[in-house]
Design a protein around this ligand. Structure first.
Ligand code: ADP
Ligand code: ASP
Ligand code: MG
Length: 478
C-alpha cells in the first residue's frame, strides 16, 4: 500500500489533473492499494486567506470576487474532465455549497471586523474540501473507483489553530477504521490534505504546505510501503531551482538531512513530514507529476552514498536578528536563560542562536512578524538591567535571511566552513552571524536579504553541487 500526495500545482489545472489521473492509474498497476492525498488547487488557499483578511479589514469586494473566481476555476475542470452529467451536477452542487459557506463566513468576519486563528482555519480549509471531491469524480470518470474522504473525520489534532499537532493514537484508530475497508473494495480514497479537526470536531489546519504532513501521518497509521510526494520538480534538489537554475536532483537523502532542509526553507517538503515516517522507517519519495519517469528523491534512514558532507543549500526568509548587548552582562547570572525565557513566553520560536564568545552579547533569529512582541517581552524582563546599564540595548535587524548548508558528517570533514566563507568573501557578501553549533548536518549563517540569492548560488558553485550525479553516484541496489 502506498500513499500518493499531489500538491497544488499538480491539481492546478485541467491538464494537471488529467496528468494526476494518469499517474494514479499507472501506480495502481504496480500496486492496486493506493491512498491519495490532495492539496487545494494552486493559488486557492492564498485566495481564501486574502479574502478573509480583507473582510476583517472592512473590504467585502475581495471575497465576492474570490467566490466567483473559485467557482469558475473548479467548474472548468469539472466541465472538461467529468463526462457523466449526474456526476458533474453533483460536483456543481458541492462547489456551490462550499462557496456559499465561504461567503457566509466572510460575511460574519466582515461584520465582526475580526478574524481569529480559528476562523481563519475554517476559511482556509475550503480549498481542499473542493479539490478532493473534484479529483475523486475525475478518477471515477476515468474508470477508477474513488471516493473522497474529509480528513476532518480521521485526522485528530489539538487546537493549535494554524499549526495543529496530530493526536496520533486517536488519528490512527480512525484512519484504520475507515481507509483499509475502502482499499479492500478496490476503491481509491482521495483524502483532503492540510485540514483536520479537534476531538470536538472543530476545524484545524496543519500549517501552510501541510498536505505533505497529512500524507506521512496516513502513511504511518497505515504502515505504508512508501509515501510519495508528487510535486512540480524532480524531487529534492541541491537548491531551489528558482534561485539556482543548475540545481540537480538528490537521489537519496537521510530523514535528518531532509528534515533539516525543510526546516531551513526547502519548500518542497513541509518540515514536519519526516516525523511520522521516521519511527516506522517508511521511505518518502519525492516525484515530479509532470515528469514521472524523470529523476526523483528517496528519503530513507541510510542514504547512499554515506557521508556526503554537503548536499544542498537552502534559504529561509522574512526573519529578523535580535541582539541583546551590554558590557555589564558578563556579571549578571542567568541572563541568557532569562532572555530566552522571555522569548519563550511570547510563544515565538527561535530559528537560530549565535553566541559570541565574549559573553557581551546574545543574538538570535526569529520570524520578522514577531519582532515587536519579542522586543517588548525582553524589555520587560530586562528592565532592571537596562536601567542600571548592565544591558546597553536590545536591537533588531530586519530583512535578513538564514542560509543553511546541509549534508552529513560535516564535523568529520575539514575545510567545509572555510569553503563556505571563502566563497562568500570572494563575492563580497557580508556574513552577519554564524551558527555552527554541534550539528553534524548543518552550518547556518545570516546574510542580508538583498545578498541571499547570490550567497546561495556562490556556495552551490563552491561545492560544485551541479555535478552531484558524477560526484556521488548512487550505488546500484543489491
Ligand atoms: P506542492 O504544491 O507540490 O506542494 P510546493 O510549491 O509546496 O509544491 O513545493 C515545490 C517547490 O519547492 C518547487 O517548485 C521549488 O521551487 C521549491 N523548492 C525550494 N527548495 C527546493 C529544493 N531544495 N528542491 C526542490 N524544490 C525546492
Ligand atoms: N493548500 C495548503 C496550502 O496552500 C496546503 C498545501 O498546499 O500543502 O498551504
Ligand atoms: Mg507544498
Amino acid at each position: 500500500m502506498r500513499v500518493l500526495k499531489f500538491g497544488g500545482t499538480s491539481v492546478g489545472s485541467t491538464e494537471a489533473i488529467a496528468q494526476v489521473a494518469q499517474v494514479i492509474a499507472r501506480e495502481r498497476e504496480q500496486d492496486p492499494e493506493v491512498v491519495v492525498v490532495t492539496s487545494a488547487m494552486s493559488g486557492v488557499t492564498d485566495m481564501l486567506i486574502r479574502a478573509a483578511k480583507a473582510a476583517a479589514a472592512g473590504d467585502e469586494m475581495p471575497y465576492r470576487e474570490a467566490r466567483n473566481e473559485l467557482l469558475v476555476k473548479h467548474q472548468i475542470v469539472a466541465g472538461q474532465l467529468i463526462e457523466d452529467g449526474i456526476e458533474r451536477a453533483a460536483i456543481g452542487h458541492l462547489l456551490d455549497e462550499k462557496l456559499r459557506e465561504f461567503e457566509r463566513l466572510c460575511q460574519s468576519i466582515y461584520v465582526l471586523g475580526e478574524l481569529t486563528p480559528r476562523g481563519l482555519d475554517v476559511v482556509s480549509s475550503l480549498g481542499e474540501q473542493m479539490a478532493a471531491p473534484l479529483l475523486a469524480a475525475v478518477l471515477r470518470s476515468r474508470g477508477i473507483p474513488a471516493t473522497h474522504v474529509d480528513a476532518r473525520e480521521i485526522v485528530v489534532t489539538d487546537d493549535t489553530f494554524g499549526a495543529a499537532n496530530p493526536l496520533l493514537e486517536e488519528t490512527c484508530r480512525r484512519v484504520q477504521e475507515r481507509i483499509p475497508a475502502l482499499l479492500a473494495e478496490g476503491v481509491v480514497p482521495v483524502v483532503t490534505g492540510f485540514i483536520a479537526a479537534t476531538r470536538e470536531g472543530i476545524t484545524t489546519t496543519l500549517g501552510r504546505g501541510g498536505s505533505d504532513y497529512t500524507a506521512s501521518i496516513l502513511g504511518a497509521c497505515l504502515d505504508a510501503e512508501e509515501v510519495q510526494i508528487w510535486t512540480d520538480v524532480n524531487g529534492v534538489l541541491t537548491a531551489d531551482p528558482r534561485i539556482v537554475p543548475e540545481a540537480r536532483t538528490l537521489p537519496e537523502l537521510s530523514y535528518v538531512e531532509a528534515a533539516e532542509l525543510a526546516y531551513f526553507g526547502a519548500k518542497v517538503l513541509h518540515p514536519k513530514t519526516i516525523l511520522p515516517a521516521v519511527e516506522k522507517g517508511i521511505p518518502i519519495r519525492v516525484r515530479n507529476t509532470f515528469d514521472p519517469e524523470g529523476p526523483d528523491t528517496r528519503i530513507v534512514r541510510e542514504p547512499r552514498p554515506a557521508g556526503v558532507p554537503v548536499k544542498a543549500i537552502t534559504a529561509i526568509r522574512d526573519l529578523a536578528l535580535i541582539t541583546v548587548e551590554g558590557r555589564g552582562m558578563m556579571g549578571v547570572p542567568g541572563i541568557a536563560a532569562r532572555t530566552f525565557g522571555a522569548v519563550a513566553r511570547t510563544g515565538v520560536s527561535v530559528l537560530m542562536i549565535s553566541q559570541a564568545s565574549s559573553e557581551q552579547s546574545i543574538c538570535f533569529v526569529i520570524p520578522a512578524a514577531d519582532v515587536d512582541k519579542v522586543i517588548a517581552s525582553l524589555q520587560e524582563e530586562l528592565e532592571r538591567e537596562l536601567r542600571r546599564g548592565f544591558v546597553d540595548h536590545i536591537a533588531s535587524m530586519r530583512d535578513i535571511v538564514i542560509i543553511a548548508v546541509v549534508g552529513s558528517s560535516m564535523r568529520g570533514t575539514p575545510g567545509i566552513a572555510a569553503r563556505v566563507f571563502g566563497a562568500l568573501g570572494e563575492a563580497g557578501i557580508n556574513v552577519i552571524a554564524i551558527a555552527q553549533g554541534s550539528s553534524e548536518v548543518n552550518i547556518s549563517l545570516v546574510v542580508a536579504d538583498t545578498q541571499a540569492d547570490e550567497a546561495v548560488r556562490r556556495i552551490h558553485a563552491a561545492f560544485e553541487l551541479e555535478r552531484v550525479a558524477e560526484l556521488w553516484p548512487v550505488a546500484e541496489a543489491g
